[in-house]
Each structure stands twice: as C-alpha cells, then as structure tokens.
Design a protein around this ligand. Structure first.
Ligand code: HEM
Ligand code: HEM
Length: 563
C-alpha cells in the first residue's frame, strides 16, 4: 500500500469518525448536563387524546401518593431526565385537504416506481462497485462490468431521477396554476412508457444489445423512443395545464420544469439522429448530450421543484423571484455551450474547447444566483431546519449544489483536467452532483409532499437513518475517489507503470464499496419510509369508540405566494 493511499484512507476515517462523534456529542450533551426538564408527556393533537382520569381515580392516586407502598421504587426512584431521546421529535405537517384523490394516486405511483428503481439501480451500482474490490466475483457475461455499469447509470437516470422529478412535477405544475392537471391519462401513460423503457433498456444492456454509442445513451433507439414519446406527451400536458391556469402569473418553478421538459426532448432526439453517429461530430454531440442531460434536464427540473418545496417547507416566500429568473436565463445561456469540456485535449477544434471552458466558468453566475437565493430563503430558519425531517435534505442539496458545481467549473480548466480526466475523480463529481444535489433535493421534496397528501408521517428515527447513512456513505464514496483519483492522475503524469495506479487505487475502491453499502442501506430505509407514508392514515381504536382518522383535516398551510 503506497504512502499517499494510507494517508488518504486515514483522512477519510478521521472525517467519518469525527462527524459521528460530533453528532453523537450534540445529541448527548443535554443528557450529560442534565438540562432536560422533567418528563412531561406532550399530548399530540394528531393522536387520540389521553383519557381523562375520573374523579374516583384521582382520589385513589392522592391516597396512594400520601401513603406510598412503593416497594419497586416506581415513585421514589423515578428519573427526572427520561425525555432525552436520541432522535428529536419532528414537526408534523398539515395535510392538504383540497387535492384531487386522482392526483394523489398518480403522484404516489410515480414516487413508488421511482423508489423501486432507486433500490434496483443502486443494487447494480453497489455490485459494480464491489467488482472493483473482488474483480473475479463472477464470470457471467450478463453480469460483466461493461454491461452492468450502463444498467446502473440508466436505471438511476431514467427510472429513479426522472420518475421522481415527473411525479413531483405533476403536483407542482397544476398546484402553482390553481388548476387541475390537464390530463391524468397522459400522466399514467408516461409512467408506463418510462417504466417499460427502463425495463427493456436494462434487459437489453445485460443481454449485450446496446447503441454502441456514447455514455448515457446506451439504450437502443426503439427503447429510447418510448422515453421520448413519454416526454413529448408530458411536455404537452404541463404546457396545457399552465395554459389553463387560474393564477395570473407563471410561478418560477414552472419556467424551470417546462424548460427542462422541452430540452430533454431536444437533446434526446439530437443525440440519436443517424447522421450524428460517426466521427468527431459524434463526440461533440456526445458532450452536448451528456451535459444537457445532467444540467438542463435533471438539474433544471430539480431546481424548479426546490423553488416550490423550499418555500413550502419553510412557510415563507422565496427570497427573490428576480434572482430565480436571472439564474434560469443564465443557466440556459451558459449550460448549452459547455458540453465539449468533457473532451479537453481531444482532436476537437481547440477554439471549441476554449469556448466550453470559458462558459464553464460562466456557470458561476447561475450557480451563485441560485445558491444565494436558497441560502437567503433559509436565513434565520435554523430552528425550523432542526424541527423538520425534510429541510435537512434540501439544505444538503443546496450545499452540494454550490460545491459540486464549483468543482465542475474547476475541472474544466486545462491544467486541472490534465490530472483528473479519465480518473475516478470524475466519478466522484458525478455522484456529488447526481446524488448530493439531485437525489438529496428530491428526497427533501418527497418528505415534504407525501405526508401532506396522505396524512401519514414517516418515523423520525428512520428518516434520520436514511439521511445519515446517505450522507456518510456519499462522503466516504466521494472523498475516497477524489483523493484516489488525484493520485492516480499524478501517477500517470509521472509515467509510472499503469498497474501501479491500479494497485494505488485498491484502498480507495474499498472505501467506495463501504460508502456504497451505506448508500444502498439508506435507500432501502427510504423505500420503507415511502411505503409507510403511502399507507392509509393510522387509525386508533379505544374501547367502545369507532375508529378515528389520525388527522382532522386542516385548512391548507401553503403560503399564499405559491398556492
Ligand atoms: C457549474 C456546473 C458544472 C460544471 C462546470 C461541470 C463540469 C464538468 C466537467 C468539466 C466534467 C468532465 C470532466 C472530464 O471528463 O474530464 C463533468 C463531468 C460530469 N458532470 Fe459536471 N459540471 C457541473 C455541474 C454538474 C451537475 C449539476 C451535474 C449533475 C446534475 C453534473 C454531472 C456530471 C456527470 C454525471 C459527469 C460525468 C460525465 C461522464 O460520464 O464523463 N455536473 N462536469
Ligand atoms: C441515486 C444514486 C446514484 C446515482 C444517481 C448514481 C449515478 C452514477 C453516474 C452518473 C455514474 C457515471 C459516472 C461517470 O461516468 O463519471 C455512476 C457510476 C457508478 N456508480 Fe453510481 N450512482 C448512484 C448510486 C451509486 C451507489 C450507491 C453506488 C455504490 C457503490 C454506485 C456505484 C457506481 C459505480 C461503481 C460506477 C462506475 C464507476 C466507474 O466506471 O469507474 N452508484 N453512477
């Protein structure tokens, strides 16, 4: 094991153990200091009110206390600090009572399918990660690295991320226009089309049937056509819903959502055009497609969702509508021209590479505008973040939105790209962004919305497990690959034998597998939480009384601004 690898692994351990110690310390501090007040059970409005003792019972209690026969110390040895849970109680959300049940079913179906693809896609990613540690684990062609890798990327792209975004979009677009969704049939048809495309695409890839082209467009064209048809229909559905809106303005979320839904159609069609499948032209289109995919589809759509769900969770308006509009238009200006930064030092025209680098730096403008907007919306809401189980996800998403995007801009420089290109550093960047930004933001939106739709809260402890496993797993994953990827690049530049860089990476790949295991576990917990939120509201029976629903319908708490 080389010296730098040992240092890197030690650093990782320090970060993870350090974070764990800080978290446990923060939770235990009040217990250690005895700061908690005596336990007073908090009556929960949403649950059955405690039965009032009868006068006779009260009298009996007074008699018992006056003459205690307390052999087991139930009264005298009572602890005053029992209300010191490791997991704080989170604030419950107010259910929305004016949502069409048809919409609730549609959104729930999208999110359920998305969660299934998240688990399946991650399972494949995890297995692919394990192969870096145990390359001889199997000798089955269908499970070979080259086939499973695109199964993983496409499943998490189209199955998880796209379906989760569209499910949430089907709620946000009609809601912000105060109008029903234009067509539920289109919503269901698109769900089927994308699911069928992802199943067929995955099976074809495992069978060795693929496009033979670049990354993220490995599905053969008939399969991708199903996705494109679904997206064309959805674009039409969103467009018509907005056209029939009752609200005077088009809320900022819809600019992002409809924009992204249009761009994903354009980029998919262009990437599959037959005359773009050869030579350097194909390479340029591949760069365009890849970065349009992550930037103008996943990122743009998700930002649109955050512009709705962040104010909703904080119950206050977004800091600045204008900053949102500035970020939208500059995103469109800069993002569309940066694709070639994937091929710095390639035979593509030098000037085009320079344009892509300059525009990658230009991305600071929309990223800063978006980050400032979200950060200022968060400002002064520390307590709310602590009280909520969805806001921490959104906060992490915003932090990674800034750091992951700045990292991308830095990767585009010729000097840095020389070291990092072709190394695992890019895989780390891909997960910081698609996972740290997009997945975390989507989880935040889902945990905000579903309890409001179904009246069913997830268990705080399990949301906490999801959050921490995902975050720590991601940190282990990306820090390992960033450190390892840098050493790998330096070893190539020092013209050391290639096998040295493979040996050098071994501990980092092990750490990726450990981080990936935590991430996979967190997704299983998320899937459980999601199913828990989708079940009918809890009911309580007390002797002699009929079953009561958990919540009594409340007027909507959506802020006037965004309802
Ligand atoms: C300011 C914004 C960003 C810039 C300037 C940027 C820049 C870059 C660069 C230069 C690379 C390629 C490095 C190389 O191949 O040598 C890259 C790769 C990648 N980026 Fe970004 N990035 C940005 C934001 C994002 C976001 C928001 C996402 C996802 C939502 C993302 C996802 C990816 C992925 C998946 C790859 C790997 C592509 C591959 O497979 O080769 N990036 N990025
Ligand atoms: C929502 C969850 C996830 C998303 C969106 C995601 C996304 C991606 C993307 C975009 C890439 C391509 C990277 C590139 O070419 O630069 C990738 C590759 C990969 N992912 Fe994930 N991923 C997720 C979860 C996981 C997990 C939990 C693991 C577990 C170890 C994992 C393991 C891998 C591996 C091993 C590769 C191939 C890396 C290589 O070729 O060197 N992914 N993933």
């Amino acid at each position: 094991m080389s010296q730098p690898a040992v240092l890197g692994t030690g650093l990782l351990l320090l970060i993870i153990v350090g974070t764990a110690v800080v978290v446990v310390f923060l939770q235990l501090r009040p217990i250690l200091r005895g700061l908690y007040p005596p336990f007073v059970p908090k009556p929960h409005p949403a649950e059955t009110p405690p039965e009032q003792p009868t006068g006779e019972q009260l009298n009996q209690l007074r008699i018992d206390l006056a003459t205690p026969n307390d052999e087991r110390g139930l009264v005298h040895r009572v602890s005053r600090n029992v209300h010191a849970p490791l997991v704080d109680d989170k604030k419950r959300s107010q259910p929305l009572t004016d949502v069409d049940p048809k919409l609730v079913r549609l959104v729930s179906a999208y999110l359920l399918c998305a969660a299934i693809w998240l688990v399946l896609g991650t399972l494949v990613g995890w297995y692919v990660g394990v192969k870096f540690v145990r390359p001889d684990i199997d000798h089955i062609a269908w499970l070979s690295f080259g086939r499973l890798r695109p199964v993983h990327t496409n499943a998490v792209f189209w199955g998880w991320t796209s379906l989760a975004m569209l499910g949430l979009g089907n709620f946000v677009v009609p809601r912000t226009g105060s109008t029903p969704l234009y067509s539920y049939q289109i919503g269901w048809l698109t769900l089927w089309l994308i699911n069928i495309a992802t199943v067929l695409g995955s099976v074809c890839l495992m069978a060795g049937i693929n496009n033979g082209g670049g990354e993220y467009r490995e599905y053969i064209w008939p399969v991708m056509l199903l996705f494109a048809v679904g997206m064309i229909l959805t674009f039409y559905n969103f467009f018509q819903t907005i056209a029939h809106r009752k609200a005077p303005e088009i809320y900022i979320s819809n600019w992002y959502i409809v924009g992204a839904s249009g761009w994903v159609i354009i980029m998919s069609v262009i990437a599959y055009l037959p005359f773009y499948q050869n030579g350097l032209g194909e390479t340029i289109i591949q760069g365009y497609y890849m970065h349009q995919g992550v930037g103008m589809w996943f990122m743009t759509f998700t930002l649109g969702l955050v512009y709705y769900f962040l104010p909703l969770s904080l119950n206050k308006p977004i800091y600045s509508y204008s900053l949102g509009a500035l970020a939208f238009w500059t995103q469109l200006l800069f993002y569309t021209l940066i694709g070639t930064h994937h091929y710095v030092f390639s035979p593509i025209a030098w000037w085009l590479q320079t344009v892509s680098i300059v525009f990658s730096i230009g991305m600071f403008i929309p990223v800063l505008a978006g980050t400032i907007n979200f950060a200022m919306t968060f400002r002064g809401s520390g307590k709310q973040v602590g009280d909520s189980y969805s806001l921490p996800f959104l906060l992490i998403g915003v932090v990674f939105y800034f750091t992951g995007s700045v990292q991308g801009s830095l990767q585009a420089f010729r000097t840095t790209n020389l070291v990092w290109h072709f190394t695992d550093f890019n895989v780390a960047h891909a997960h910081i962004t698609m996972y740290g930004i997009v997945a975390f933001m989507l989880w935040g939106c889902i945990y905000t919305l579903l309890p409001k739709l179904t009246g069913r809260e997830p268990q705080s402890l399990l949301v906490g497990v999801h959050f921490w496993f995902a975050l720590l797993g991601l940190m282990a994953y990306v820090v390992a690959l960033m450190v390892g990827g840098t050493f790998k690049g330096l070893s190539w530049m020092a013209a050391q034998p290639f096998i040295d860089s493979v040996v050098l990476m071994a501990p980092y790949w092990l750490w990726r597998a450990i981080g990936g295991t935590l991430m996979l576990l967190s997704h299983l917990v998320f899937a459980y939480n999601l199913v828990d939120m989708l079940r009918p509201p809890r009911t309580y029976r007390s002797a002699g009384s009929p079953a009561q629903p958990t919540f009594s319908p409340q007027p909507t708490e959506i802020h006037e601004h965004i309802a």
